[in-house]
Design a protein around this ligand. Structure first.
Ligand code: PFF
Length: 454
């Protein structure tokens, strides 16, 4: 039986869907707290470098692999390098996808919970940072509630992915992505006009280059891969639905630009407000959930801005969880001829069950919250192993694959299909062949030697 694979309805639809995958909790929740913990402006500077020099070339490579083969990550590698072990890179991606989905949906679930908390006025106008911390801790340590939030988020994701490529993912992204952008800009305007915002802008935008170390590079690189959804075949999968006429470099540039701009605007939204409220930028992962409600409680129109923010974060997270689930669904539909419904239902159930230990690892279960020997919570551990290392390793292998196995020429031919122009062809080839693998290897070796995993 010949099955027709889905296709994006238009280039804009694809760009919005791929940007939707890239833009998520990584930009709005993770990027600001990483920046806060790593000294502000110097981190931002290195992050931008990593996105453009390492992220963008890999993004283009993943899209080319996807469009050429019209396959999921495993099928794509099997197709381009038959009877070799390269398909394992795809398999690593699929497994990483389910793993990331499982804990990502936990945090995404909190955003939904916080949306309802804000709407129902849980945060009074007198809220202090301590009160907010207690509210957060009580919330995340309630096992029933966090599991319910996780469940709700997985169901929402499954519902969209079940709809398929054009009717599901593309249609929703077209509505959700622009809404998100408008809300972000509104909140940023609110933040930068608060009295005392200037110090925050300085912390965020004025780099002191003497503070840059290799650790800054390591953290910024992991953040760049996570934020751009690279290294696990999400962009191979999305690339497989692109029409042959579309220009890959321009699509890649648009996706990269949206991802970078949302991250940078998120910082612009958070740091001025933080400094205006006299709160330390080094709050860690709780930054968004602990600190922002105290800010919303104290600004005029706080209920509106607070509700808008958590809605925005849920929307951003949803377009990302969709892509995480789509990777494994495409794999099962392509490789094993499963029906889309069967793949969606079983894999969402799997992600839900795998997500339970993460959901319970912020206080609900003492053991899961502080696993012996590693002294970290389960979610934290998953986030480091899968969200950082798995993606960096995947990106490294993809760079090697296109450079030395499939070949630069083949990629160039794919990009140039239907007379498309490949500007910066040589720069791209140089970056993906030498700079990307060497930089990743150097950073990886450094991390291994110093044991500086975080
Ligand atoms: N890029 C997403 C974010 O920044 O939130 C997370 C993500 C989605 C990572 C899809 C990897 C992926 F394949």
């Amino acid at each position: 039986m010949l099955r027709r694979r889905g296709k994006w309805g238009s280039q804009l639809g694809f760009i919005l869907a791929a940007a939707g995958s890239a833009v998520g909790l990584g930009n709005i929740w993770r990027f600001p707290y990483m920046t806060g913990e790593n000294g502000g402006a110097p981190f931002v500077f290195i992050y931008i470098l990593c996105v453009i020099i390492i992220g963008l070339p890999i993004l283009l490579a993943e899209l080319a692999i996807g469009r050429h083969t019209e396959k999921n990550p495993v099928g794509a590698f099997k197709n381009l390098a038959p009877r070799s072990g390269w398909f394992l890179v795809g398999l690593l991606g699929v497994a990483t996808g389910i793993g990331i989905l499982s804990y990502y949906a936990v945090i995404a679930g909190w955003t939904v919970g916080y949306f309802f908390k804000t709407v129902t006025g849980a945060f009074s106008t007198q809220l202090t940072a301590e009160d907010s911390k207690i509210i957060f801790e009580t919330f995340v340590s309630n096992p029933g509630l966090v599991m319910l939030c996780l469940f709700v988020f997985i169901v929402m994701t499954a519902y969209v992915v079940r709809g398929g490529v054009s009717k599901g993912i593309e249609r929703w992204s077209k509505i959700l992505m622009p809404t998100l952008f408008i809300m972000l800009v509104l909140l940023t305007i609110r933040s930068v006009t608060l009295p005392g915002a200037v110090d925050g802008l300085r912390f965020y935008l004025q780099p002191d280059f003497s503070e840059i170390t290799l650790t800054t590079f390591a953290k910024a690189l992991g953040q760049a891969m996570f934020s751009m959804s690279l290294g696990m075949g999400a962009m191979i999968t999305y690339g497989s639905y692109i029409g042959k006429k579309e220009s890959l470099p321009s699509s890649a540039a648009w996706v990269c630009f949206s991802d970078l701009s949302v991250a940078l605007i998120s910082g612009l939204m958070i740091f001025p407000a933080l400094f205006a409220m006299n709160i330390s930028p080094e709050e860690g992962p709780g930054l968004v959930f602990v600190v922002l409600p105290t800010i919303f409680a104290r600004i005029p129109g706080g209920l509106f801005f607070g509700t808008g923010f958590f809605l925005l974060l849920s929307v951003a997270a949803l377009t990302s969880t969709i892509s995480l689930l789509e990777v494994v669904v495409a794999f099962l539909v392509d490789q094993y001829r499963w029906s889309r419904t069967k793949a969606v239902v079983s894999m969402s159930a799997l992600a839900f069950f795998v997500g339970i230990p993460s959901a319970l690892s912020l206080g609900a279960s003492t053991w899961l919250s502080n696993i012996p020997f590693v002294n970290r919570g389960f979610l934290d551990l998953f986030n480091i192993i899968l969200g950082n290392y798995s993606l960096i390793i995947g990106s490294f292998l993809i760079a090697l694959f296109v450079s030395y196995k499939w070949g630069i020429r083949a990629v160039v031919a794919e990009v140039r299909r239907e007379n498309n122009i490949f500007y910066f062809r040589r720069t791209w080839a140089f970056l993906i062949r030498y700079i990307t693998p060497i930089a990743i290897l150097a950073i990886f070796v450094y991390i291994m030697i110093t044991g500086n995993y975080f």
